[in-house]
Design a protein around this ligand. Structure first.
Ligand SMILES: Nc1ncnc2c1ncn2[C@@H]1O[C@H](COP(=O)(O)OP(=O)(O)OP(=O)(O)O)[C@@H](O)[C@H]1O
Length: 784
């Protein structure tokens, strides 16, 4: 473990903080030119000093005398710096130092990357010292060659190692330089030797011998040789100046040199890559499931088979009867049928009709109600035309609908083999195929249906699908259940699958204030996740987690494996009624932005009216499910289409993720089955606590239950009286009586709760009024 930690911290050693020392472009140009000029002056002085050093040295005595003419080309300055650097320093090799200063000037002037320059300085200075010591082998008279330092070091070496020892040490150092810096190997030397031999032979045999090089050519080749050891940029510049003919000649030498340079730089990215590769080699990929590695997924035996193994049975008589009725009815309206085909589903049968040529489709569509009446059946839906098929569909409910058991969809190969992030098996289509979709792609789901039509079963089917496919490390649920009864069973898997706010006892949220806090906390989590994604330079949670598993993200920098978060809200209408904007705003924000970072919303409501499903919410929930609703208007609100009012209930539903509507029979999972599954999971080893969401402190500095008298609504007392008289703690009553909006009425109710006038939120029921009479109310308020 300790080893692991060390390795990770090594991998992501934070870059040392750079001292803020940056030059502007202008400053660089000025510095560059100054250095170049100084370097050039040094070069000129040093070269001149080689010829006039003895005279120059004698002139140093009269340095202040301007009447004495100086020999050095740069006069007093030249002789002084040369005496210091060349004579007292490193002899003629000090020229390398002067060249390096000039080169540095050029680098700054043109703003080249400085990495290369550091290397030039390092090797340049080593060569300078080596040459100085080397020239120390020559007699003391020629100190100008080695400089005093070079000579003394050489002398020191010879004193301790003798002449031969000193020569051997110097030879060794030369070999080190040739091998490491110039990458010379014996093989290269022999091949180069062979090449030269061949070219010499060729030169002699060729009639048009190029022996007589022009001065320009000589210069170019010489420059290449002196610069190639150091600077690619310089080479490139020279190359640009070459005449076309020469360009072809020189590269043979240069190419090898350039290739050598490319090898050297090591990019930071590669280091990280190598490190993560090494970490993966040493410790394997990061496994988010490790903590619960013995976790066992629920077995399929926990689910009941409602069909008792029987598939759909085709009732030939019923089919025939329906067909005849359809043909008859359509004939009554003068619609001839060319062909008719039936597909039997679990609850409805689809009759696909090809009308005779010349029949207008809109005519059939308009007769929908009449046809339904003639067929005397509820749940007739006419699809004219069936998208992509060019036929007209009439869905007629079966006399004996079949239950689609959850067991059959969970066990189907389509679900078992589904390679999806969050696969959900909703049920079966009309052609009896298992219908599986990815919640991660929806990316949020809106669900509506009148009471008793299968919403709760639908929610359980969704949660069950995820429990059968996803490990507790991969997905977390945030459950909001104002009715307090529907999702209670999931309490048992709190420490496996649920997420909650810190310092709360129950993970399943039943209280409006807590919902607001949780939604805002999810918004904080969303923002934090976006920051992590940005930092990791990835676009979505999938890429992020892959990178994290490959140990490319350091946990010490705040990176962590991100589980998907599925927020389920039952009875959304109730929430909107009581909390209004306070709920709507964070939901809209989450719906708009949370898709990439793995937070998905499932919102269910009984009342799909426009003030519950507002435009902004609708726009961000492209995937919708409608169970049977009571009116065409409701159907339009939820689906932007009619049809949901024609469903037969008991899990009969329409699904849309854009344009097309798909009729499905929702898989049925009963409460005891859910209880068995949650028991099975709950009995296994769990995490120490539920997944904790970030803490959220509401802007008012506390919950909305603060009993702050000054901040009370102007209509507070009036509202209290209305409720006490009616003995009914409902926000809609306030809305009606006092002509208030949802939000204001909700806020007043919260204030009344804080003041002890009404009891806490009780889901779909009205709140209890705690003050029996108007007198008692006034007494209560006066005593405050
Ligand atoms: N997919 C289904 N297959 C068969 N029967 C179903 C299905 N879904 C629901 N039912 C039947 O309908 C009943 C009511 O379903 P459910 O409790 O899901 O309704 P609901 O829409 O949640 O109602 P409410 O809004 O009042 O909570 C179930 O007890 C069950 O008998």
């Amino acid at each position: 473990m300790a080893k692991k930690k060390r390795a990770t911290s090594k991998k992501t050693k934070k870059p040392r903080k750079k001292i803020a020392f940056t030059l502007s472009r202008q400053q660089k140009i000025v510095l560059g030119s100054a250095l170049s000029i100084i370097g050039l002056m040094f070069i000129i002085s040093f070269i001149s000093f080689l010829f006039s050093w003895q005279v120059d040295q004698s002139e140093l005595a009269v340095i202040g005398n301007r009447d004495v003419e100086k020999e050095n080309w740069l006069s007093t300055f030249g002789s002084a710096v040369s005496n210091f650097f060349v004579y007292k320093g490193f002899g003629i090799s000090t020229l390398i130092f002067a060249f390096l200063i000039t080169l540095t000037g050029i680098y700054y002037f043109f703003d080249y990357a400085k990495k290369q320059l550091v290397r030039f300085w390092f090797w340049g200075m080593l060569v300078m010292v080596w040459l100085a010591v080397f020239f120390g082998f020559f007699p003391a008279k020629s100190t100008i060659l080695s400089g005093v330092i070079g000579y003394e070091v050489n002398d020191f070496l010879q004193d301790y190692l003798g002449f031969i020892g000193a020569v051997l040490v110097m030879a060794f150092l030369a070999i080190v330089y040739l091998v490491i810096r110039l990458k010379v190997t014996p093989e290269k030397v022999t091949s180069a030797f062979k090449k030269t031999k061949n070219s010499v032979v060729e030169d002699f045999t060729s009639e048009e011998s190029t022996v007589s090089q022009t001065d320009y050519e000589k210069e170019v080749i010489e420059t290449t040789i002196t610069t190639e050891e150091n600077s690619i940029p310089l080479e490139i510049q020279k190359e640009e100046n070459l005449e076309p003919g020469l360009k072809e000649k020189v590269p043979t030498n240069e190419e090898a040199e350039v290739a050598m340079e490319v090898e050297a730089p090591v990019e930071e990215e590669t280091v990280e890559d190598n490190l993560s590769k090494k970490l993966v080699e040493d410790f394997g990929q990061f496994d988010p499931k490790l903590e619960l590695s013995n976790y066992k997924f629920p077995t399929i035996e926990l689910l009941k088979d409602y069909t008792q193994g029987q598939g759909i049975t085709i009732n030939q008589e019923e089919l025939e009867e329906n067909k005849n009725r359809i043909v008859e009815t359509l004939n009554n309206y003068k619609i001839g049928i060319a062909n008719i085909k039936a597909t039997v589903g679990p609850t409805v049968t689809l009759y696909e009709i090809i009308p005779e040529a010349g029949i207008r489709i809109s005519k059939i569509k308009n007769l929908e109600d009449d046809i339904a009446l003639s067929l005397s059946a509820l749940g007739i839906r006419i699809i004219a035309p069936i998208p992509g098929r060019g036929t007209i569909g009439i869905e007629v409910p079966n006399k004996k609908p079949k239950i689609v058991s959850m067991r059959s969809v969970i066990g189907s190969p389509k679900f078992r083999d589904a390679e999806m992030e969050l696969p959900i098996a909703f049920g079966k289509t009309i052609s009896n195929e298992t219908f599986v979709v990815d919640l991660a792609r929806m990316p949020h789901l809106l669900m509506a249906g009148a009471t008793g039509q299968g919403k709760s079963v639908g929610l359980n089917a969704i949660l069950t699908s995820l429990l059968y496919k996803k490990h507790p490390a991969e997905v977390k649920f945030v459950l909001v259940d104002p009715k307090k009864v529907e999702l209670t069973l999931f309490n048992k898997i709190e420490r496996h699958y649920l997420a909650k706010l810190p310092d709360t006892d129950e993970a399943i949220i039943t209280d409006t204030n807590k919902v607001i806090n949780t939604l805002n906390s999810l918004c904080i989590e969303m923002d934090a996740r976006y920051d992590l994604l940005k930092d990791a330079m990835v676009r979505n949670i999938k890429e992020y987690n892959t990178k994290f598993k490959n140990r490319k993200l350091n946990p010490n920098d705040g990176h962590r494996f991100l589980p998907y978060i599925v927020l389920v809200i039952d009875e959304f209408a109730d929430l909107i009624m009581t909390a209004g904007k306070e709920v709507e705003t964070p939901i809209a924000r989450l719906a708009q932005l949370a898709r990439a970072i793995g937070i998905h919303l499932i919102v269910a409501t009984q009342r799909p009216s426009v003030n519950v499903i507002t435009g902004i919410i609708k726009a961000n929930f492209p995937a919708r499910i409608a169970f049977r609703v009571t009116s065409k208007i409701d159907s339009r609100t939820i689906l932007d289409n009619s049809g949901a009012d024609q469903l037969i209930g008991r899990g009969d539903m329409l699904y849309t993720q854009g344009n097309d509507l798909t009729r499905l029979q929702c898989a049925f999972v009963d409460t005891p089955e859910v209880a068995d599954i949650t028991d099975y999971i709950g009995a296994q080893k769990a995490y120490p606590d539920a997944h904790l969401l970030p803490e959220y402190v509401s802007e008012e500095g506390g919950t909305t239950l603060d009993n702050n008298i000054e901040e009370r609504d102007k209509l507070f007392v009036e509202a209290a009286e209305v409720l006490v008289i009616a003995q009914q703690g409902s926000a809609s009553l306030l809305q009606r009586k006092l002509k208030l909006g949802y939000n204001r009425a909700g806020r007043i109710i919260d204030q009344l709760e804080a003041a002890g006038v009404v009891g806490p939120f009780e889901g779909s029921k009205a709140r209890q009024v705690l003050v029996p009479t108007i007198e008692a109310l006034h007494q209560l308020l006066n005593n405050e």
